[in-house]
Write a protein that binds this ligand. Sequence first.
Ligand SMILES: Nc1ncnc2c1ncn2[C@@H]1O[C@H](COP(=O)(O)OP(=O)(O)OP(=O)(O)O)[C@@H](O)[C@H]1O
Ligand SMILES: [Mg+2]
Length: 366
Amino acid sequence: MIINNIHLKSFRNHADRSFTFAPGLNLICGENGVGKTNILEAIHLIATSKSHRGAREREMIEYNKPCSGVALKYFAQERDQTLSVTLEHNAKRHFCHNNVAIKRTSDLLGLLNIVIFTPDDLQLIKGLPGLRRRFLDLTICQAKPKYFSALSSYNRVVYQKNELLKREADSDTLEIWNEQLADYGATVAEYRRDFLRYLAAITADKFSEVVNHKLSLRYINNYTDDAKINNPTSIAKASLEPRDKESVKQDILSAINRHAKKERRYKMSIIGVHRDDFSFAMDNKPAKAFCSQGQQRTIVICTKLATVMWLDMCAKDKPILLLDDVFSELDDNRQHYILQNIEGMQTIVTSTTDNIVKEYAKCIYI
Ligand SMILES: Nc1ncnc2c1ncn2[C@@H]1O[C@H](COP(=O)(O)OP(=O)(O)OP(=O)(O)O)[C@@H](O)[C@H]1O
Ligand SMILES: [Mg+2]
């Protein structure tokens, strides 16, 4: 996939500007606060329906303007295409693909696949589980429409179940919702496990090319039996190997039953894939506690590169890589490592200086 051009109208500090990109490496260069990240945010919004900063309309629409628009020309599936979005205060976002309105988010996801890497991504190692789930969901949704549909249904069921728990509903009513929660949950878990199995293998390979240590990944969930939860090695094996959906569903149902009292007490659904997580370990020690900042950053780079490869494999069209302000933070070795790995893929890098990848990149000064 290649973005040819983006036009921003009243989007953040860009009143009316167009930027044209080259197929390979692009460097958006400018001082702090000129609006470099805003351009990546607009691309992220149009590709995934959401800002990577979690921003709402009032933050993205230019101050004192009623609405905002982003239009993008891109090349995918061997033809030129367009995508656009309009934002208005207190209204739904309107997306169009090739000038036809998109009615459901599921029809948007996958049209333009992206992987973004920002300085905040160190939180993938250090931060709360919700961030890692967001990364999983965003990635898998772009390549697997059925995942998006199972996840949306799952979230709806969790919401309903929480409402019932708040109203202290009887067990028979809850049972119907638990059955659905386990059913959709098992589908979500299956997709996550498949993606994480790939991620674990490729990330470890890539990591060993840069750092002389062994990296491993654990898929963490709260419905595999308690013995496994207390034994991290067996959880890694048990949860990353492909599993029969029905057996996962039974695991979720029995964990819900085991923790039914707790859920009633907290009036909240506790067991299920909405609490899933994953973690990295270097030489079997948790990366969060034992890795240096630089090693953590390397894990994130390898994770992002593996994600790019996974999307490429699933969607049969290379995704676009967005690197916000991370290149200049890397030493020469790591910069070259990334450059080797992104050959043939459109990459858009932002930086305050042009002395990094200038000789390889199309420079866009703003
Ligand atoms: N809704 C908005 N309307 C107008 N300007 C906005 C809006 N939201 C943010 N800005 C402006 O956008 C600028 C920040 O843009 P952005 O984060 O893209 O900068 P940047 O070039 O990435 O900077 P840095 O190098 O520091 O990361 C700020 O000057 C901010 O005031
Ligand atoms: Mg920025």
